[in-house]
Design a protein around this ligand. Structure first.
Ligand SMILES: [Zn+2]
Length: 478
């Protein structure tokens, strides 16, 4: 990397409480940014990829000056070339990947009466009551809002599952999300996976494939004959070559015949010699198996080359409701899968709907839960929402390695544990080298002794102030 003394100074990214001015800017260089290994580096980006990472040597924590403003977006909008940014005071991480969302259902929680919560079957029933009244425009509107939330939190890739309702056009929800995929092209990568049920005709799977769906899915644990349901989905996958992502074993109780969905799935993948990516989402029952039985299942999953997606927040919400004591956590056997070298992805699953009325769309909410409920280390948790998730989805790697896609997130330069615990909200998010979201946080505190210090007249609003924007926790209780 060249350090030309005659070159103008890099534009500062600015402080975490500064102006959020960078969205839309193309980035050529991030100067002086800290990595998770503690190094301070210059990162060069070209054509959407990281092309150089140069170590600058040790540097103390630097807090950027409050109030400095970078007119980067204005320059970008004026058609100027990609920017060199001074990112001192920021930590760079690979951008996150949400491997399992339901954008068709997202943000519908307020349409249901607030109750004490539902298990999986109860949530399915609630959703089936609502879905006849949902059209494509409704889906598109909520999905756009949800994607904005995910992107602002540092997610640049999302796989969404989408239902094929029995009432009306079964592909109206799918079509809306395919439209959104087009809208987002070049910024957030959206994969759409058809979530067919046992009532979904096979022709609907085939038509979804013809319309360009990215993967085929289903939920055999809810079918009367799980084996037949897996066979049906894999038949279409074999004909079309599409990847498969099944909701599998999303229950803690073991099936009556003792055969898990993931076992049947793995056996069929091996027998058919499928080469496309095949994923088991949830795989909750693995968490109920004793060690000897678990070892055999994990060995089979490894032989079949399956990836597994764990979804802590939603399965902590849905599972274990029948338990009178020692309630199960509802997670898959994350440690055993990692120990066996099986690719593991982690995500949030549902976002404010009957399956999960909580959630913020934040990958660091998922990392926090992975550390508490799956007992992963900070690095393992980070991997599950970044590189691990991309591997499971069959995507090329992203992050701070030469040749990788420049999907990066800048967070304030604090210890990694603070970030993964979800404590930092200022973020600058790059997808293929372009800033797709810039969030800064303004906060005022009055924690000292109470005083009656007058607010200067110049700082008073001239009219009644607008209602403050609600924070995520506040929205949850509304
Ligand atoms: Zn799901």
């Amino acid at each position: 990397m060249q350090h030309d003394a005659m070159r103008p100074a890099a534009l500062p990214v600015g402080p975490p409480d500064g102006g959020a001015l960078l969205a839309g800017a193309d980035v050529a260089v991030l100067e002086g940014v800290r990595t998770v290994d503690g190094a301070v580096v210059d990162v060069e980006i070209a054509e959407g990829r990281v092309v150089a990472v140069a170590d600058r040597g040790p540097r103390d924590l630097v807090a950027p000056e409050s109030g400095s403003r970078a007119p980067a977006a204005e320059r970008a909008l004026a058609g100027e070339p990609a920017l060199r940014l001074d990112a001192s005071g920021w930590l760079v991480l690979p951008a996150a990947c949400e491997p399992h969302a339901h954008l068709d259902k997202a943000l519908t929680a307020a349409r249901f009466p607030a109750g004490t919560g539902e298990d999986l079957v109860g949530a399915v029933a609630q959703w089936r009551e609502l879905v006849p009244h949902i059209d494509g425009a409704d889906v598109l509107d909520r999905a756009r809002t949800a994607v904005g939330r995910y992107a602002a939190r540092g997610i640049t890739t999302i796989r969404t599952h989408v239902d094929a309702p029995a009432d009306g056009d079964p592909l109206r929800l799918l079509d809306a999300l395919l439209t959104l995929r087009e809208e987002l092209a070049g910024s957030v990568t959206l994969q759409v996976c058809l979530l067919g049920g046992s009532q979904t005709p096979t022709e609907v799977f085939a038509e979804a494939a013809a319309r360009g769906v990215d993967a085929l899915g289903g939920c055999p644990h809810l079918a009367s004959d799980p084996r037949a349901e897996i066979t049906r989905v894999l038949d279409v996958a074999e004909r079309t070559g599409l990847p498969v992502d099944l909701h599998a074993d999303e229950r803690t109780a073991l099936p009556d015949d003792g055969v898990l969905d993931v076992e049947e799935l793995a056996r069929q993948v091996i027998a058919r010699g499928l080469t496309q990516r095949v994923t088991a989402s949830h795989a909750v029952r693995l968490g109920s198996l004793p060690p000897e039985r678990l070892a055999a299942v994990v060995g089979l999953v490894a032989r079949a080359g399956l990836g597994v997606v764990t979804l802590p927040i939603t399965n902590l919400y849905l599972q274990g409701r029948d338990a009178t004591h020692l309630a199960p956590r509802g997670l898959t056997a994350v440690r055993a899968l990692l120990d066996a070298g099986i690719p593991v992805a982690a995500g949030a699953d549902n976002l404010r709907d009957p399956f999960n009325p909580a959630g913020s769309g934040d990958p660091f909410e998922t990392t926090s839960l992975l550390m508490t409920a799956a007992h992963l280390s900070a690095r393992e948790a980070l991997d599950a929402v970044t590189a691990g998730a991309r591997t499971v989805l069959g995507l090329p790697p992203a992050g701070l390695t030469v040749g990788h896609r420049a999907d990066l997130v800048l967070v304030p330069d604090v210890p990694l544990g603070d970030v993964l615990a979800g404590g930092e909200h200022a973020r600058v998010v790059l997808a293929a080298g372009r800033v797709v979201a810039d969030t800064r946080v303004h906060r005022s505190l009055a924690l000292g002794p109470a005083s009656r210090q007058a607010i200067p007249q110049s700082a008073r609003p001239s009219t009644r102030p607008a209602a403050p924007e609600l924070s995520a926790p506040e929205q949850l209780v509304r």
